[in-house]
Write a protein that binds this ligand. Structure first.
Ligand code: PRX
Length: 671
């Protein structure tokens, strides 16, 4: 066993066929159940795609605890079934995800640490064992039940990253309620619209959140949201701080005051493999954010499997995904996957630069983190602060470094590898989305003689059939190609629908290229068919790893009585990856002070969406560049906002080409 473990630490950069087999045998005992003819990573990947029933079926039988076995692995739904697409996995299987994530580890190893909550206050962390998590989860499940929450009901969770948020997510899974975690930086308006869209019965929050030494009154935001949300029966409040807060005797229940009276046992609900597990809102190129619904068995199986294989995760590792629980990265790789694997997972409440830019390194040293998983935006922020912040901290526990959320630039990749990882840790750039549930393209495990290439996500994960299409929807040969990244076959952890609007799900993801799942991203491949993600090809901006639809910001700006029209585009930003640029025209004869107007617009976006959606620049212009048929030419605005004045391409279809000179001149005076 020891030998295998050592081998697993050395799996890259040059992995021989024998090493691959050893690695996979240690992490992947099911390998022996697949044909002997499988001789390489490529063979195994091909097998997993061509025989996905046998592949996923074998894993699901071995890795999950079922009340009743499934009868069929999948229903063979095809992306081309535009009218009746409805993928199902592990049909008629019955299980409970909280049992898989908590009970089975609690029974085997109650004192093992499940969670390490790294609090905002520097140097302070709390550990939570599987036994403690089991009890807290059950207490919260009983509290939800006492509030009338039943299987299938939606529960909004508006909490910072802390032990309680995990207990609440697991409590929902235990009783079959569908949680809808809303990132605790969203405004009251955003929270209310999410609560109303899915008719949540309960919202769970904290009196305050604490980040970077500052407190935010979450309860106040929730009170404002609940005023607009008639379906909310109760607000459950967790006291994160000792600060006083407004109590509404009709609705509020203070968790800390009732916890002692609640039973630490709660029988798990028996769930169908395809029942919804949770929903999570994400932005798209049109309309309001979509509530993507993830199902039980497929999600938990693939997330746990990918966590173990792609992160080379060992049972005793401390896994440090330092994201916020409010996004899919947090759901999958802070909560569900590590717990399903019986691991120890870190909940990081703070910021990489609080109290100073050593925070990550001090935390890694103190908690002995083995895998670090962060976004390139944090890496760029830390590069800017200089290497001296790392010097006094021991990072020898680190084995692997992961990147997620946005394309990683070469400078960030090399700093991650050379400085943070001391050139000894593997780096995996992982591409995936809220919709995909778990990672889809990632460097590990390696194939024969492969090296991990800087800044590349590299190879589709097992079971994932990734292709590149041209604009007409034709598949490109994957050698040295460039195109629109699409997926050819359903996979277990794929979101099943958009809450309340299955047609929108089909229109958004399956209609653009019939027969394929459209990711919204572009990618290119090298001579070895390895993938590199180039970024969104639609009207979605990725600001420090957060997705925001340009239409969402425009809708808010257009609400201002000053604004006649707006066009929002992304531009390259040194640390955030992309920034937000708003071009606006004002109503005729409007009298305004430019600074005041811009501040007013910033406040409007912050209050309607969230701080991260506020444009970095506003440019007031007399008109927006449009075609003769009245369509705004965003392509041109994107070039202007990126300082690429010489790359505007064909401008002959513009209604008023002279307008460009005015916009460029104003833009230059702005920057
Ligand atoms: O554009 C891609 C980018 O983030 C989008 C998904 O955002 P979200 O659903 O919020 O999930 C983020 C975390 C999984 C993708 O469509 N993205 C994510 N990972 C990468 C990436 N872009 C490039 N490289 C990545 N590794």
């Amino acid at each position: 066993m020891l030998k295998l473990k050592n081998l697993s630490l050395k799996i890259s950069p040059n992995l021989s066929l024998n090493q691959l087999r050893y690695f996979l045998t240690a992490k992947f005992p099911e390998l022996k159940e697949f044909p002997k003819s499988i001789q390489s990573y490529q063979d195994l990947h091909k097998y997993s795609v061509d025989n996905s029933d046998h592949f996923w079926g074998t894993l699901a039988k071995n890795r999950l605890e079922w009340y009743e076995p499934f009868e069929k692995v999948n229903n063979n739904a095809k992306f081309s079934d535009l009218n009746k697409y409805n993928a199902q996995w592990f049909l008629n299987g019955k299980l409970n995800v909280s049992v898989n994530c908590v009970d089975r580890h609690y029974l085997k190893n109650p004192n093992k640490v499940a969670l390490i909550w790294e609090k905002d206050e520097p140097g302070t962390h709390e550990t939570v064992t599987y036994e403690q998590l089991y009890k807290l989860m059950n207490k919260m499940a009983n509290l939800l039940k006492s509030c009338g929450v039943q299987k299938g009901d939606r529960v909004a969770i508006y909490l910072p990253t802390c032990t309680m948020v995990v207990a609440c997510m697991m409590a929902c899974a235990r009783i079959g309620a569908v949680h809808s975690v809303v990132f605790a930086g969203f405004s009251a308006e955003s929270l209310a619209s999410r609560i109303n869209d899915s008719e949540c019965k309960i919202v769970i929050t904290a009196n305050q959140s604490v980040r970077g030494g500052k407190t935010i009154d979450l309860k106040k935001t929730v009170d404002a949201a609940v005023k607009q949300s008639p379906t909310i029966k109760n607000v459950l409040v967790y006291k994160r701080t000792n600060n006083k807060f407004n109590r509404n005797p009709d609705k509020d229940i203070i968790i800390d005051e009732v916890l002692d009276e609640l039973s630490p046992e709660c029988a798990p609900e028996i769930m169908d493999a395809n029942d919804p597990l949770f929903m999570l809102y994400t932005s798209g190129s049109t309309g309001k954010p979509k509530g993507l619904v993830h199902a039980q068995a497929g999600y938990i199986l693939q997330t746990a499997f990918s966590h173990q294989i792609a992160f080379d995760y060992d049972q005793n590792d401390v896994f440090g995904c330092l994201a916020d629980v409010g996004w899919i990265t947090g759901h999958t790789y802070i909560v569900y996957a590590p717990l399903c694997n019986g691991g120890t997972t870190v909940l990081f409440e703070s910021s990489p630069i609080y109290p100073n830019p050593s925070r990550y390194w001090e935390t890694i040293q103190r908690l002995k983190i083995n895998q670090l998983y962060i976004a390139p935006t944090s890496i760029r922020l830390l590069i800017k602060n200089g290497d001296e912040w790392l010097k006094n901290y021991d990072r020898s526990s680190l084995k692997l470094l992961g990147s997620v959320g946005e394309p990683i630039n070469h400078e960030a990749w090399h700093w991650y590898y050379d400085v943070i990882g001391d050139k000894r840790c593997k780096i995996i750039d992982t591409w995936w989305q809220t919709e995909t549930g778990s990672m889809m393209i990632a460097p590990l495990p390696c194939g024969q003689n492969d090296v991990i290439k800087p800044a590349m996500a590299m190879r589709p994960f097992f079971g994932i059939d990734a292709v590149l299409l041209d604009e007409r929807g034709q598949e490109r040969d994957l050698t040295n190609a460039e195109g629109i990244l699409c997926i050819k076959k359903p996979w277990p952890s794929m979101a099943r629908t958009i809450y309340g609007d299955h047609q929108r799900f089909i229109d958004t993801y399956l209609k653009p290229f019939p027969g394929y799942y459209f990711t919204g991203d572009g990618a290119q491949t090298d001579e070895n068919r390895h993938f590199q993600i180039t970024g969104r090809v639609d009207d979605v901006i990725n600001v420090s790893g957060h997705r925001i639809g340009t239409a969402e910001v425009e809708d808010v700006l257009d609400e201002s009585h000053h604004v006649s029209e707006s066009a929002v585009v992304g531009f390259p930003h040194e640390t955030l990856g992309e920034g937000i640029f708003a071009f606006i025209t004002l109503r005729k004869n409007d009298v305004y002070n430019e600074d005041e107007l811009i501040n007013e617009l910033k406040t409007l976006v912050k209050s309607k969406i969230a701080a991260y959606a506020v444009p970095h620049y506003f440019l007031i212009v007399s008109n927006l560049p449009k075609t003769r048929s009245g369509k705004i030419m965003r392509r041109i605005l994107r070039k202007i906002a990126s300082d690429k004045f010489n790359e505007m391409g064909d401008t002959s279809t513009l209604f008023d080409p002279s307008l460009l000179d005015e916009i460029v001149a104003k833009y230059k005076s702005l920057k």
